[in-house]
Design a protein around this ligand. Structure first.
Ligand code: PAN
Ligand code: ZN
Length: 177
């Protein structure tokens, strides 16, 4: 493992990548964007040494590229854990952005992500990362093997905040509730 560059090595490392074509609908102006479907938004490398079992821990790293879809910064899909008692740590090592956290009632807030900070995410909170910088935002994560993912709720309702560029700076836009 290379901490600062967020790289895992070895045969047991799994990798996935998310392209714009897979998540265009999450962005407010996704369908109007001329960016190619093949545009890679982020990659995740992870290890599951104990399998996806109760009591095991997963360890992974996300590389979220800089960029925007319209005026909205590149972001992860975001999810709740399928088991709401399963918390998670996010540990940024490079780049800058925000971690959005949301309660089930839609209440959302943003935590600034910078290298060296540690984010503890309550298992009941949806979590999404937004890259507001010019470099890849790289963060490690540690979460329980049996946490699972609920992406559908996010695809349906989105988060209570969107992060867009305005006059060259990030601006938080609240969704009407
Ligand atoms: C992370 C995320 C990773 C990609 O490992 O899965 O950052 O984000 P999405 O899964 O929302 O696309 C994590 O939170 N695991 O539980
Ligand atoms: Zn998670």
């Amino acid at each position: 493992m290379v901490w600062d560059s967020g790289r895992l090595q070895g045969e047991s490392v799994s990798t996935s990548r998310k392209t714009l074509g897979q998540v265009r609908g999450l962005y407010l102006h996704g369908s109007a964007s001329t960016l190619d479907d093949d545009t890679v938004l982020y990659t995740v490398e992870w290890l599951a040494p104990g399998g996806l079992t109760e009591g095991s821990l997963l360890w992974g790293c996300t590389h979220l590229n800089p960029g925007r879809v319209g005026d909205e910064y590149f972001m992860t899909h975001g999810h709740y854990h399928a088991i709401s008692s399963r918390a998670e740590y996010y540990l940024p090592v490079s780049g800058s952005g925000v971690l959005l956290r949301m309660e089930r009632d839609g209440r959302t807030w943003a935590e600034e992500m910078i290298a060296g900070k540690v984010h503890y995410i309550d298992g009941r909170h949806a979590h999404r990362v937004v890259n507001t910088g010019l470099e890849p935002l790289i963060f490690w994560a540690c979460w329980p093997g049996d946490a699972g993912y609920d992406y559908a709720s996010i695809a349906e309702t989105g988060f209570g905040l969107r992060v867009v560029e305005h006059d060259g700076k990030p601006l938080w836009i609240e969704k009407a509730r």
